[in-house]
Design a protein around this ligand. Structure first.
Ligand code: FAD
Ligand code: 2HG
Ligand code: ZN
Length: 458
């Protein structure tokens, strides 16, 4: 079907892309696996232009897919049925900084790292942090409620949002939150749009609170033999130290990263898992805990950072895992359980893969401190990619059933998008899914916003 774009004459030439070889780039995220197909990409510069785009889409019966930095891992920003992409790339202005309020206001297309740097220049911290901040947009972070490495201390993106300007699927502009710290006037509409993955409205402006920068920050990189020790080590440090991040990765990731970078892992001893965590403030108490744990053989070995350079070198082994695995095109799942259940989850996954998927490799890593694990599985070398995808289809319901049995969630921080929408019932009851549908109908009654994402088809 040809799309009538005469109603888009409020946009300049450089705000519209029509050629397939150009639109494909904007029609997919990091998920891979899917074939992109978008008719059009639009680049609004203001909230008013976004509103006009929605009104045009309603009139022309066109579906819109919001697109941020396209680093999403759930195919949320994917267009595969000739939709129109709304890219926020040109909405990249920092709008306001207010020292007294410790608050920043930006357009939705500002890159996350730019927000971090801007806030740092002012002497403060924006603590949402993860491997893709150099490309992801703040609007995308809000739309997915991104987590990352600092959730243990600072919470998820939601925790930092004080304002959203949103254009709903009806073309109405809402100013929500108003950068207030306290604002209890009935239901919290602003929070409904956080983690809504572009299905309720297009986020055009974001107000963020910031916090104090820690005076000192020390990274500890330690080896453990058994995953149950991860939780013991977490508890031991948490009792007396201010922990920001607490992450785990299995030893199998190390040769991959070494191969990519030529770097040498700083610890020699053999062990099943490594933990990396940040201690804020004075590290003397943490050093005592560290020595006690080494002495009682709860830790195999460990180092701590003594300079900014060492800190960066140590975190490299955690931050770069996704990039290093990407050429192996792994099956990925992002799940959470209560931290106390992590050991049960690890041993279940490992023995399940060993028994049912001999020859496959499982890489377990993630934010163990908050119970969020990333399961990455790669195929045996001899297996064809299509066969691997079929095997993964068989695996997903078994994995999600285990998560349901453990009282966990099938999506911890990456969202639902397209890849998990048909599995929502493993985490939500039918009644809850019905309420989600009702909310969708309130804000997007014609279903033009990111159709087919987040909610299972009826
Ligand atoms: P996109 O991928 O462009 O879009 C994501 C979703 O948001 C889509 O549904 C899209 O339609 C919607 N959307 C985007 N912009 C808007 C808008 N302005 N209004 C309405 N809807 C919008 N995620 C984590 O949570 N923690 C991690 O630790 C983490 N690490 C990562 C590491 C790597 C190497 C990579 C590649 C990804 C990682 N991610 C992580 C996933 C991803 O970076 C986050 O989900 C991020 O928040 C997505 O932002 P984006 O701008 O790229 O959004
Ligand atoms: C991380 O924590 C990201 O590194 C990506 O959330 C996880 O690649 C993954 O599976
Ligand atoms: Zn993560």
């Amino acid at each position: 079907m040809v799309m009538d774009i005469s109603g888009l004459n409020f946009l300049n030439k450089d705000q519209i892309l029509k050629e397939k070889n150009e639109t494909d780039f904007y029609a997919k995220d990091w998920t891979g696996h899917y074939k992109p197909d978008a008719k059009l990409v639009l680049f609004p510069r203001t909230s008013i232009e976004v509103q006009k785009i929605v009104l045009w889409a309603l009139e022309s019966k066109v579906s819109l897919v919001p697109s941020g930095g396209r680093t999403g891992l759930s195919a949320g920003a994917l267009a595969q049925s000739g939709e129109c992409i709304v890219s926020f790339e040109k909405m990249n202005q920092i709008l306001d900084w207010n020292e007294a309020d410790m608050s920043l206001k930006v357009q939705a297309g500002v890159i996350t790292e730019t927000v971090q740097k801007e806030v740092q220049k002012k002497g403060y911290l924006f603590p949402v942090d993860f491997g893709a901040v150099g490309s992801s947009h703040i609007g995308g972070n809000v739309a997915t409620n991104a987590g990352g490495i600092n959730v243990l201390k600072y919470g998820m993106t939601r925790n930092w949002v004080t304002h959203l300007t949103v254009v709903t699927g009806e073309g109405k502009v809402l100013n929500l939150g108003r950068q207030l710290i306290k604002n209890n006037v009935g239901f919290d509409l602003m929070n409904l749009f956080i983690a809504s993955e572009g299905t309720l409205g297009l986020i055009t402006e974001v107000g963020l609170r910031v916090t104090q920068k820690p005076k000192e920050q020390t990274a500890f990189l330690v080896l453990i033999q058994d995953v149950s020790q991860a939780i013991e080590v977490l508890s031991a440090f948490r009792k007396s130290c201010d922990l920001a991040a607490f992450e785990i990765f299995s030893q199998q990731t190390i040769p991959l990263l070494s191969k990519h970078s030529g770097r040498k892992f700083p610890l020699q001893a053999q062990s099943e898992y490594a933990l990396i965590f940040d201690v804020l403030g004075d590290s003397s108490e943490a050093l005592d805990v560290f020595s006690d744990l080494l002495e009682s053989e709860k830790l195999v070995d460990g180092v701590l950072s003594e300079s900014a350079e060492q800190y960066e070198q140590m975190w490299f082994w955690r931050e770069q895992i996704t990039e290093s695995l990407s050429e192996l095109k792994p099956y990925k799942s992002d799940i959470s359980v209560r931290p106390s259940k992590i050991p049960e989850f690890f041993s279940w996954v490992e023995s399940f893969i060993k028994i049912e998927y001999a020859g496959f490799n499982v890489f377990l890593f993630g934010h163990v401190g908050d119970g969020n694990i990333h399961v990455n599985i790669t195929k045996p070398e001899s297996m064809k990619h299509e066969d691997f995808l079929l095997e993964c289809q068989r695996l997903t319901p078994v994995l999600f059933q285990k998560i349901q049995d453990m009282g966990g969630s099938i999506s911890a921080e990456h969202g639902v998008g397209l890849i998990k929408r048909d599995f929502l019932h493993y985490s939500l009851s039918e009644v809850e899914i019905d309420y989600l549908r009702s909310i969708k109908n309130v804000f997007d009654p014609q279903g033009i916003l990111n159709p087919g994402k987040l909610l299972p088809n009826l």
